[in-house]
Design a protein around this ligand. Structure first.
Ligand code: KIV
Length: 276
């Protein structure tokens, strides 16, 4: 069912059932108004930990906290009625062990109303994913380039090239067996993304992967041209809102300095009988 035709948000199992069907559509969101723009068009919206870089000016996602994810999760939830919301587990909230991961995942879900959480990692995180799923927490996995591990990966490089393809395939298989309902494939060669998509029984959600994935996700500020600090090859800009915003601010500044704003239509008459 298309997002526009749907009256209520899909559940993680509905997303899982879309394997091999019409591609799943998703974007990140961090605020209520952005979520409202997406609600009719996306199957799910991710409150990504990219919020740290995109909205808070952090140099990476490593400084993102549970409190930030909860605050932005609550804001996004208020803007959605038809798309499912997934919230990222921030760095340090799940890696130490399954119990701590459960406590934090439960907090994210109960305090934001998220339908699922997302966490990064393959084989190493499979036991944690299984622990969460067995206790009622739907998990979206994330393999390939996992930005929370940039310090061990050596930067934002393409993952799974050459001999590394087998490990990436093992990661995707492990999260599938652990019970994840979908898996994000970030920055992997297109042919490998297609092989993973053919191999695993859950939807693959590509970002810098392949049009053959079961769905796609982008960081909303990237695709709107609002986040201009860097522009990865896999981002297609559907708008140039950053340029428009700067031009609008410049025009406003010029008009204020020239006393051209506010104009007569923006000010109030002394009596209510005049123009409001
Ligand atoms: O935090 C994020 O934005 C992500 C991506 C998959 C879009 O995890």
């Amino acid at each position: 069912m298309s997002a526009t035709a749907r009256k209520t948000a899909p559940m993680p199992e509905d997303i899982r059932a879309r394997k091999g069907g019409v591609p799943l559509v998703s974007l990140t969101a961090y605020t209520t108004p952005m979520a409202q723009f997406m609600d009719a068009h996306c199957d799910f919206v991710l409150v990504g930990d990219s919020v740290g870089m995109v909205l808070h000016g952090l140099p990476s996602t490593l400084g993102v906290t549970m409190e930030m994810m909860i605050l932005h999760g609550q804001a996004v939830r208020r803007g959605l009625s038809r798309a499912m919301m997934v919230v990222d587990m921030p760095f340090g909230s799940y890696e130490a062990g399954p119990e701590e991961a459960f406590r934090n995942a439960a907090r994210l879900m109960s305090e934001t109303g998220a339908g699922a959480v997302k966490l990064e990692g393959g084989v190493a995180m499979a036991p944690t994913i299984a622990f969460l799923v067995a206790r009622g927490v739907p998990v979206m996995a994330h393999v390939g380039l996992t930005p929370q591990s940039i310090n061990t990966l050596g930067g934002y490089k393409v993952q799974g090239r050459g001999d590394a393809a087998a490990a990436l395939m093992a990661d995707a298989r492990a999260v599938t067996s652990a019970g994840a309902f979908a898996v994000v494939l970030e920055k992997v060669p297109a042919a490998l993304a297609d092989r993973v998509t053919a191999e695993v029984g859950i939807p693959t959600i590509g970002i810098g992967a392949s049009a053959g994935c079961d769905g796609q996700i982008l960081v909303v500020d990237d695709m709107l041209g609002l986040f201009t600090a860097f522009r990865p090859k896999f981002v297609k800009r559907y708008a140039t809102l950053g340029e428009q915003a700067e031009a609008a601010v410049a025009a406003y500044a010029e008009e204020v300095r020239a006393r051209a704003f506010p104009g007569p239509e923006h000010v109030f008459a002394e009596t209510a009988g005049g123009k409001s």
